[in-house]
Structure formats: structure tokens, C-alpha cells
Design a protein around this ligand. Structure first.
Ligand SMILES: [Zn+2]
Length: 276
């Protein structure tokens, strides 16, 4: 679509054991019985879409700074998934730094409700965009179950956090099937990592871009063969989703943009640059 553009906004990194991202990445063997795990850097990002009819649309909103709303980050997530972000790179500062105000965003699409993709929604209370937030229904339901049955956010080992699921002033619109939300902007629901991750397909004038998000967060996961993540709701669904992604990539001659792949990220151009 003419005039449709997007920017990749890298807001920081998450450091963790690679075994969370790819199941059995470095197996011990008869000859190497003590294979070691190494704390590894994974990029964290979200996408700003500039749409000729709709204006600015966000695809994910990134994380929220530890404790800034009086709710400290859960202890487990500080230890196992260490965030490395500068305060000025969270969504409320990185957008205005390059001339985009939160009040100018018209719609928000959340791929899923995990904290590193949805936490920044807390910044949007009272904005126009807060009334237009789309999220896959099955993921949202799972997030409510996980967050509302945990008695204390500080001790949760779930990536769904109560203070995000219940962030005030946000009107969620739940997606139940693959949907073209706006001309050239399609959301595809993919089970596996969670009951449904909303992947994104953007049809630019220069070509198509496919964002699998955490349905397949890196090149290694994509294969072939498929290497599932260890943060996994449905292993058979994960494999089917990657096969569906490969079909869409082929049929649309799409370029893939991964959500947590450091090597791939180093080949991308970042905000304020726009692909168009
Ligand atoms: Zn996730």
C-alpha cells in the first residue's frame, strides 16, 4: 500500500539463559558431558506503523520501568530475565525524542500480553489510543487466568503480570480470527508460545514484511527443522504456526523481522528510520 511505512524501535535488551528461547540449544553429549549455559543478550523491540489513512499505529509497546508505578518487577524476572534498558528508551520517551507524541497514536496492536511486549500500555492511560487496543482473545484470556489467580505479582513466575492485565483506562478489543485491521495491516493468530500470538503482515509499496513476534522469535526457531521455544503453551501448535509462517512468507514474498534475534537485529535499520 502506497504511503504505508514502519520503524523498528529497539528499546533495549533482555539477558537470559538461551534455553528459554530455544529448547535444548547446547545439549551435553557423551564426549562433552558438561555443556555449559551462558547468559545471553536478546534484543527487545516494538514497531511503529505510519499509515496513510489511520495515522500512527503501534505493534507492541515494550516493557515498563521497574517500580515506576509503585509496583516493583517480580523477583523471578529480575534474576532469570535481566532487562538492560536506559530510561530514555522506554516508549514514553523514545517516541517524543523523535517527534511522535503518545497522544498522536491512534491504535495499538498487542501481539500478546507478556510483560516485555505489553507492559508499556501503562503509559497510555487517558490517551486516544487507549480506547483502541487490539489483542488476541485467547492470549488475553490466558493472561487473565495466570495474573488474576496469582496472589502476588512479586512472586509470580508467569510472564503475565496483574498490574499490566488490569492497567486502568485501557479498552481492549479482542481478536478471534485472522483480521485485516486496516488496509495493508493484517494480524494473524498463531498458537504455540501462548494460546495465540498476533503476528503482523504489512503490505508496503516496496514489498511485504512479516513479523512472527514470539510465535517464532528467532531464525533458529524458524528452521527447518522447527526449534520450539521453552516458554511454550502448545508444542504441536507451535510447529503448525511456523509452517503457516513459511507458507505466508512464500505466498507474499515477505521479508521476516524477528522479535528476539540479536544477529538479525544487527542487520535491521532502526527508528527514526522508516521502511516504506
Ligand atoms: Zn512472549
Amino acid at each position: 500500500m502506497k504511503g504505508l511505512a514502519f520503524a523498528i524501535i529497539r528499546y533495549g535488551s533482555i539477558w537470559n539463559d538461551p534455553a528459554w528461547n530455544v529448547a535444548v540449544p547446547n545439549p551435553a553429549t557423551a564426549h562433552h558431558p558438561r555443556a555449559e549455559s551462558v547468559f545471553t543478550e536478546y534484543p527487545a523491540s516494538f514497531i511503529l506503523i505510519r499509515h496513510p489513512k489511520v495515522g500512527y499505529i503501534l505493534y507492541d509497546v515494550g516493557d515498563f520501568p521497574d517500580g515506576e508505578d509503585g509496583v516493583p518487577r517480580p523477583v523471578y524476572w529480575k534474576e532469570y530475565f535481566r532487562p538492560q534498558m536506559r530510561r530514555e528508551d522506554y516508549i514514553d520517551r523514545i517516541l517524543p525524542r523523535y517527534g511522535v507524541q503518545l497522544s498522536e497514536v491512534s491504535h495499538i496492536i498487542l501481539s500478546h500480553m507478556h510483560y516485555d511486549h505489553a507492559g508499556g500500555i501503562k503509559f497510555f492511560k487517558g490517551t486516544h489510543a487507549a480506547q483502541n487496543v487490539f489483542v488476541p482473545k485467547e492470549d488475553f484470556v490466558q493472561g487473565c487466568l495466570a495474573a488474576l489467580t496469582a496472589d502476588n505479582e512479586q512472586t509470580t513466575e508467569s510472564p503475565y503480570w496483574r498490574s499490566i492485565m488490569t492497567a486502568p483506562g485501557i479498552a481492549y478489543h479482542l481478536l478471534e480470527e485472522d483480521t485485516e485491521l486496516f488496509p495493508g495491516v493484517k494480524v494473524l493468530l498463531l498458537p504455540g508460545h501462548t494460546p495465540a500470538v498476533g503476528a503482523l503482515l504489512l503490505e508496503l509499496e516496496s514489498g511485504n514484511y512479516l513479523f512472527p513476534n514470539d510465535a517464532c522469535s528467532s531464525r533458529i526457531n524458524y528452521g527447518p527443522p522447527v526449534h520450539p521455544t521453552a516458554i511454550l503453551y502448545d508444542s504441536l501448535g507451535y510447529e503448525k504456526s511456523v509452517i503457516k509462517l513459511r507458507r505466508i512468507e512464500r505466498e507474499h514474498k515477505a521479508k521476516l523481522i524477528y522479535s528476539h534475534d540479536l544477529q538479525a537485529d544487527q542487520s535491521y535499520r532502526h527508528f527514526p528510520y522508516f521502511y516504506e
